[in-house]
Design a binder for this molecule. Sequence first.
Ligand code: IPE
Ligand code: IPE
Ligand code: MG
Length: 240
Amino acid sequence: MAKDLTTTGPDHVAIIMDGNGRWAQKRGKPRLFGHHAGAKRVRQIVEACPDLGVKYLTIFAFSTENWRRTQTEVAGLMKLFRRYIEREARDLLANGVRVRFIGDRMKLDDRLVQLMDDLELLTSGNDRVHMTVAINYGGRDEVTRAAKRLALEIEQGRLTHRDVDAETLARFLDTHVLPDPDLVIRTSGEARISNFLLWQSAYAEYEFIDTLWPDFTAEEFAEVVGRYAARDRRFGAVKV
Ligand code: IPE
Ligand code: IPE
Ligand code: MG
């Protein structure tokens, strides 16, 4: 997506919320304790967005690879997602947050999918902050699903191979209504992207910070977002 070369604040911030398990371990608690503490952080970060000029916030909650964890942890996370939606729906609506979900819903429990659909619909009139939650999301999986749907369009004669370009493919991605992220933040000290927004982050700026997700405050978020303004984004061009 063409963007103007002047850097101001990021419109779209994406966050890999990592470090819940280590946060809990440090306290001698089960990993799920860390996930609960992590979920509580989300509200503060979403609420900080409007003042920072961040219109879109995308958060990575569960990856297509996270099914490899123990059944206890996976089931606990799925329950946490359900309870989170039930508990937060009213405030999200009242606070002008439009919620969307990305990722493959096929593998998710019907009750969770129903809550996700309902929350998307409930908040669809909001425009203050656009929060997207990635659940059972993987960048490769998303591009693969997009390619499959594109192939079906061609097979059924609605498109031809000549229509296939980056823009057309992007229309089939889960993120088709969102702008590309300007800034991707990962907490917990790991410097990798773990299959998050692979296509969309082609020109994103990255910030890898040591803080574990449950300790990530609105103040630190503001600092990280503030640093972004000093970045020189060129998108492959040369500035004159
Ligand atoms: C991130 O925290 C949340 C999810 C992946 C669901 P982790 O659970 O990965 O925490 P660490 O990395 O083990 O500390
Ligand atoms: C990435 O964190 C996924 C989420 C934050 C939901 P992981 O903890 O799963 O990533 P790896 O395993 O360290 O790469
Ligand atoms: Mg982790």
